[in-house]
Design a protein around this ligand. Structure first.
Ligand SMILES: Cc1ncc(COP(=O)(O)O)c(C=O)c1O
Length: 472
């Protein structure tokens, strides 16, 4: 530690030497009386150089105002851990005379890069504590109203009905529209099972249709072929952040008098011809699971422009209770409510949704730039009439998809196969109409991690190398 302690009167060259010889990659600045002043990181150094500071500049002229988090000698480990956050990973420890005696360093136990991580760097904790302190920790409270209002506005819709997750949001939508036994509901073959499960739980009959080769979304020609006089609804899924062809779907729905429930679980904020996904269908559903674009931990939302559907969903979400007559139940309902605690996190997430989208799409662009070879991986398509959003990083590999996943896992990088073709699973096979294209996509599809901003170059190089080894 001795080598990393340096007087604040030193110049930048002195600092570079101190950081270079320091085990923690950080320098500890002290005043001329030997008292601890602050820490100086290589990030501080980079920022100074970017401001075109000369190497001969004295730190004391630039840096006298800086202060750092410190701990007092003897503080227990819990107190030290409480001072650690994403930005502060090293805590200097000082004695009663403010002399540096030691430092505490926190290192993440695992270097595994998960497929996604919630980005909770806004006011999530502040709002959560506020909701907690209010004692409104169940399914009533100011944050619920605010989240429903703000999220439905974000989707360009009039009403938002929050739910406990995205799966029950689809079920609630089907029940509110009166879809049930004897009705057929068209779903895409390439989706998470929640879409079809909700149809089955509503006692309706799913009809699984193929997706398109170019953008992997539901194929309208296949929808047309699958229509019968029992067809009651279509559930287009904006898969992996890619909007479906909503103009064709809405035209078909109008012609055949069908309901449309958009499953937007993976596409918050995506746009089709300038309109937000979620604003086209009769009801649209979202998920706020922890790996989604924005999260509430678990959670979901139905949005609609229809006041009657809004009221109906609110009633069904709350055990079918008559809103004007407490404990009087007109219909068989559910407890599908979101808590005020979840909504508090949701409000903070929504404040930062644009920033989160930008971070994710910047990462996606870095992937595309670094691994720009269609033989290694064919990235998800960007279409002019569709503003897709980045959820996970998605592409098709030519071969050995599962081996790539295994190799990446050994190198500390999580990746996932695409969803299996629904029609390929014995459970759903009875409902299969077509899945020729979807099967091929599903077999070759690879999801790569999106939150890799820390040491992005290293991670992209590992992924590129692994994909290259796959074709050699
Ligand atoms: C396409 C799709 N629909 C529905 C859901 C269900 O959402 P949840 O996990 O919140 O129930 C998910 C997410 O997992 C999904 O990806």
């Amino acid at each position: 530690m001795k080598d990393s302690i340096i007087n604040i009167d030193s110049d930048l060259i002195g600092i570079i030497e101190a950081i270079n010889s320091a085990p923690a990659g950080i320098a500890f600045l002290i005043n001329s009386d030997g008292k601890f002043h602050s820490v100086f990181t290589d990030g501080d150094l980079r920022r100074m150089l970017l401001k075109e500071k000369k190497l001969s500049i004295k730190l004391s002229t630039e840096y006298h105002n800086k202060s750092s988090v410190v701990a007092k000698e003897g503080e227990d480990i819990l107190a030290l851990m409480n001072k650690i956050n994403k930005k502060v990973q090293i805590i200097p420890i000082v004695d009663s005379k403010h002399m540096l005696v030691d430092y505490f360093e926190y290192k993440h136990k695992t270097h595994f890069t998960p497929i996604s991580e919630p980005d909770l760097n806004g006011k999530e904790l502040e709002y959560l504590v506020d909701a907690f302190s209010s004692t409104w920790i169940s399914s009533r409270g100011a944050y619920i109203d605010r989240f429903e209002k703000d999220f439905s506005t974000y989707c360009s819709t009039n009403y938002g009905v929050s739910t406990s997750n995205g799966t029950v949001a689809i079920h609630l939508a089907l029940k509110a529209l009166g879809v049930g036994e004897g009705d057929e509901v068209i779903v895409p073959d390439l989706t998470f099972a929640a879409t079809i499960n909700a149809v089955l739980h509503a006692n309706a009959t799913p009809v699984i249709v193929d997706v398109k080769e170019d953008d992997w979304t539901i194929d309208c020609n296949e929808i047309k072929k699958a229509l019968t006089d029992k067809t009651k609804a279509i559930i287009p899924v904006h898969i992996y952040g890619q909007p479906c062809d909503m103009d064709q779907i809405m035209t078909l729905a109008k012609e055949h008098n069908l309901y449309v429930i958009e499953d937007c679980a993976e596409a918050h904020g995506a746009e089709f011809k300038g309109g937000k996904v979620g604003s086209f269908g009769d009801i649209s559903t979202f998920s706020f699971f922890a790996n989604k674009i924005i999260t509430t931990g678990e959670g979901g939302m139905c949005v609609t422009n229809n006041e009657k559907l809004n009221q109906k969903m609110r009633m069904l979400r709350d055990h079918g209770m008559n809103p004007k007559r407490k404990y009087w139940h007109d219909e068989l309902g559910y407890n599908y409510r979101m808590t005020n605690l979840q909504a508090a996190i949701g409000c903070a997430q929504l404040e930062r949704i644009t920033e989160i989208h930008e971070l994710n799409s910047t990462t996606e662009n870095s992937y595309r730039k670094t691994i720009n070879n269609k033989e290694l991986i064919k990235w998800q398509i960007n279409l002019e009439n569709k503003n897709k959003v980045t959820w996970l990083i998605c592409g098709l590999v030519p071969q050995n998809r599962d081996k790539i996943i295994e190799r990446l896992r050994k190198k500390g990088i999580d990746s996932r196969p695409f969803f299996y073709s629904l029609g390929d699973m014995p459970l759903y096979k009875p409902y299969l109409f077509s899945n020729k294209v979807s099967k091929k996509i599903s077999e070759r599809g690879l999801n790569l991690p999106v939150k890799i901003q820390d040491s992005i170059e290293d991670k992209l190089n590992i992924i590129k190398k692994t994909l290259s080894e796959n074709i050699h």
